[in-house]
Design a protein around this ligand. Structure first.
Ligand code: G6P
Length: 368
């Protein structure tokens, strides 16, 4: 058992520590002669150029990878992009034309709702790309093209390394769309591609240096009834994944909110000692997030922040800081998610939970 876990105490830990490799492997073969190459997409450049709307459909953690993709596809390729839970998408009548691209994201490649959404979208004439971790899975077979995430088999029910593989893959897709649409030059794409590769070492650095900080932050959450995860922009998407991880494996109620929306509801929850976990890395909305955190601090919240190395000021409002290396905002999900995975695991362990096999959850949901 210990050998299977590679010396780690559980599969979740092992899989979290594999993430630098997942980043590297997902990028292998993607830059050929200075050109971004995703041959398996199954569409010509002309067909790609016609795409005028993107839907990302997925469930659970994969849905959160979609939230990140939306930001990148709209920012870089300037194509309108919506993210929708597959279980919702399949039961409404979304606007689909032959120039619609549906991107189905599924670790297992067999989630019933995601598959049904793919089938429906293809009948309505959409082009479908699958992003999956399982070669030959139904999602791979039933899509026009597929990107494999190279996470290798994921055993822990709560997804970690697959998420990182999904985010990297979706980032490549966003770069490709931007290049095809002429919104980014090949030079810009090359530079950004290199920076994605740098996140592998950045994750390793977080794994090597932040254990103690994460442990202390976990101690601050372990006896709470509830926790709030906040952020803005990319930080909001990361917050959603952080909250999901915590509730999945520690059974502690957690909610994620866009920090700017807190004043419209969640701030009412905050009383002394209430844990607020914020993603406040250096980004264009950093100052805005910090001012939201000050409102939490004034109400006595216990504040845990994922911040950028070198940000000493954050300690004025934060009770606990977990530092990540400087990274372009677009790529911050690849690194900033990692400490939140570890935080969730640490809280779950302290609460005596089985982190690999949480109650009531299944690794893949093949029935509706
Ligand atoms: C289940 C798993 C989650 C996963 C979700 C979607 O709920 O417990 O970890 O994110 O299904 O799975 P998929 O295989 O489609 O990504």
């Amino acid at each position: 058992d210990m050998a299977e876990k590679g010396g780690y105490p559980d599969f979740m830990m092992k899989e979290i520590f594999e993430q630098p490799r997942v980043v590297r492997d997902t990028l292998v073969g993607r830059m050929v002669g200075g050109e971004l190459s995703i041959d398996e997409l199954g569409l010509t450049m002309e067909e790609l150029n016609l795409i005028d709307r993107v839907y990302v459909i997925a469930c659970g953690t994969s849905y959160h990878a979609g939230l990140i993709a939306k930001n990148l596809i709209e920012a870089w390729a300037r194509i309108p992009c919506e993210v929708e839970a597959a279980s919702e998408f399949r039961y409404r009548n979304p606007i689909i034309t032959p120039s619609t691209l549906v991107v189905a994201v599924s670790q297992s490649g067999e989630t019933a709702d995601t598959l049904a959404a793919i089938r429906d979208a293809r009948i309505k004439g959409a082009k479908v790309f699958g992003i999956t971790n399982v070669v030959g899975s139904p999602v791979a077979r039933e899509s026009d093209g597929v990107i494999y995430t190279k996470a290798n088999k994921e055993i822990a029910v709560a997804s970690t390394k697959s998420f990182i593989g999904q985010v990297v893959s979706l980032t490549l897709l966003a770069l490709l769309l931007a290049q095809v649409k002429g919104k980014l030059t090949t030079g810009q794409v090359r530079m950004l591609f290199r920076e994605i590769g740098d996140t592998a070492e950045q994750i390793q650095h977080i794994l090597d240096t932040q254990e103690q900080a994460i442990h202390e932050a976990a101690c601050a959450c372990v006896d709470a009834q509830s926790a709030l995860f906040v952020g803005r922009g990319m930080g909001a998407a990361i917050a959603h994944e952080g909250a999901l991880k915590l509730k999945e494996i520690s059974y502690l109620h957690a909610e994620a909110y866009a920090a700017g929306e807190m004043k419209h509801g969640p701030i009412a929850l905050i009383d002394p000692g209430f844990p607020v976990i914020a993603v406040a890395t250096r980004s264009p909305v950093y100052d805005k997030t910090v001012s939201n955190l000050k409102e939490c601090e004034a109400r006595g919240a216990k504040i845990i922040v994922v911040a950028t190395e070198g940000d000493a000021d954050i300690t004025e409002i934060a009770d606990h800081v977990i530092y990540i290396p400087v990274v372009r905002d677009a790529f911050s999900p690849i690194t900033a998610t990692v400490p939140l995975q570890l935080l969730a695991r640490e809280v779950a362990i302290m609460r005596g939970c089985d982190v690999d096999q949480p109650r009531n959850l299944a690794k893949s949901v093949t029935v509706e």
